[in-house]
Design a protein around this ligand. Structure first.
Ligand SMILES: Cc1ncc(COP(=O)(O)O)c(C=O)c1O
Length: 393
């Protein structure tokens, strides 16, 4: 039985998969089981920060898997401690907690914010509400779906976790109107990814942080997609010169293995105590050995290269007739189209050997941060050709 038939027969039908079976990759190039070669501008949705099978990453993961693959969080392990130290030193955060995914990191961040508020103001203050933004995406668990400001995700799974409300992006008055005494945190993405590559305005972010600070309302930044160099800085918050109370990470941090992280400032460093939060696989040594390589490779030169590659993409695509506008920052870009549908462009690119994504009606590009100029130019040539092609009758 073919892999695709096997999958259809035995795996739940939750993804609209493309009809290709990927078997092997190197850098930004991946091959399917027919030997067809693709340039990958998706990085497994922003996960393979170092591309496919970076030799140092693969070696570190292989080595750790032969030394100690898992213990439990009842004991100390070296890779987790090292990754926590690097993250805290490079971000100015005090402490990290490790889980396995973006949704799980956000769940933990929500628990942390509520516990801070309950410890400080008492449960009877009912200070539990989290405000999130319209068009946000925070995950697929019941609570992170509740946090997600898109009704399309709220249809079939009621009842959701209580205590969430939504405010329009970049609308300070809307935020002020909902900042009542029940609010303990505001949760934001600096660049909404799944919601369609929308950037928060710097003025709005500045005012939001000021407003939250005056009421001791925590700011949670969901950097699951924007973090770990994706926007050309280690964290997207650096573009805005702000430090959220809590930042969540996932995707790129593991370089291809499942990890999520919650980072918090000193103010929150002791809110969680033994028993408050846990996860069996969190901080797994093999995963953290990979994450350590990702962080070590993500130096200033690589971050600068990400910014340069954004310029190359913009230069090559901006003036094409099918391109209305390119949104986003770094290697997290959303192309608004004039006369084409994103789904058609994605399928035509795939036919021609290029993997791209969509975000709502835009074409979304999330290439590996380490993509070479040759790989980038090859992929952009295919994308430009597809964008310039006449629609099929
Ligand atoms: C901003 C953001 N938050 C949370 C998530 C959920 O992450 P995960 O799929 O690892 O649970 C995603 C996934 O796309 C995301 O983009």
């Amino acid at each position: 039985m073919s892999t695709q038939a096997q999958t259809k027969q035995h795996v739940m039908n939750t993804y609209a998969r493309k009809p290709i079976t990927l078997v092997e990759g190197k850098g930004a190039i991946v091959f399917d089981d027919q030997g067809k070669r693709y340039v990958d501008f998706s990085s497994g949705i922003g996960v393979n920060a170092l591309g496919y099978c970076d030799p140092d990453w693969s070696a570190a993961v292989a080595k750790q898997s032969q030394l100690l693959q898992h213990t439990s969080n009842l004991y100390y392990t070296q890779p987790m401690a090292q990754v926590a130290q690097i993250l805290c030193q490079r971000t100015n955060y005090s402490k990290a907690f490790f889980g396995n995914s973006g949704a799980e990191a956000n769940e933990g961040a929500i628990k942390l914010a509520r516990k801070y508020s309950f410890d400080r103001y008492g449960k009877e203050a009912n200070r539990y509400k989290i405000l999130t933004l319209v068009d946000s995406f925070h995950g697929r668990t019941i609570t992170t779906l509740a946090a997600t400001g898109q009704d399309v995700f709220h249809q079939s799974f009621d009842p959701f976790t209580e205590g969430f409300d939504y405010v329009e992006v970049n609308n300070l008055e809307a935020l002020k109107a909902k900042m009542d005494a029940s609010v303990c945190a505001v949760m934001i993405e600096f660049v909404q990814g799944e919601g369609g590559i929308h950037l928060l305005n710097p003025d709005y972010v500045e005012a939001l942080f000021e407003l939250c600070a005056t009421q001791d309302v925590l700011v949670i930044a969901d950097e699951v997609q924007t973090g770990i160099g994706r926007t050309g800085t280690l964290l997207a918050s650096e573009h805005y010169h702000v430090q959220p109370d809590i930042t969540t990470l996932a995707k790129g941090l593991g370089g291809g293995l499942p990890i999520g992280a919650i980072l918090c400032t000193e103010k929150l460093a002791n809110v969680f105590q033994p028993g408050d939060h846990a996860t069996t696989f969190g901080g797994n040594p093999v995963v953290c050995a990979g994450a350590k390589v990702v962080l070590e490779k993500l130096n200033d030169a690589l971050l600068e290269a990400v910014q340069q590659k954004e310029k190359v993409i913009r230069q090559q695509l901006t003036n094409l007739p099918s391109v209305k506008k390119i949104d986003g920052i770094g290697l997290m870009l959303g192309i608004q189209l004039t006369d084409k549908k994103a789904t058609d462009v994605i399928d035509q690119c795939l036919e021609q050997g290029l993997i791209v994504l969509s975000a709502k009606e835009k074409i979304r590009l999330l290439p590996p941060l380490t993509i070479t100029d040759t790989e980038l130019n090859e992929g952009l040539a295919i994308l430009a050709k597809v964008l310039m092609s006449q629609p099929k009758e």
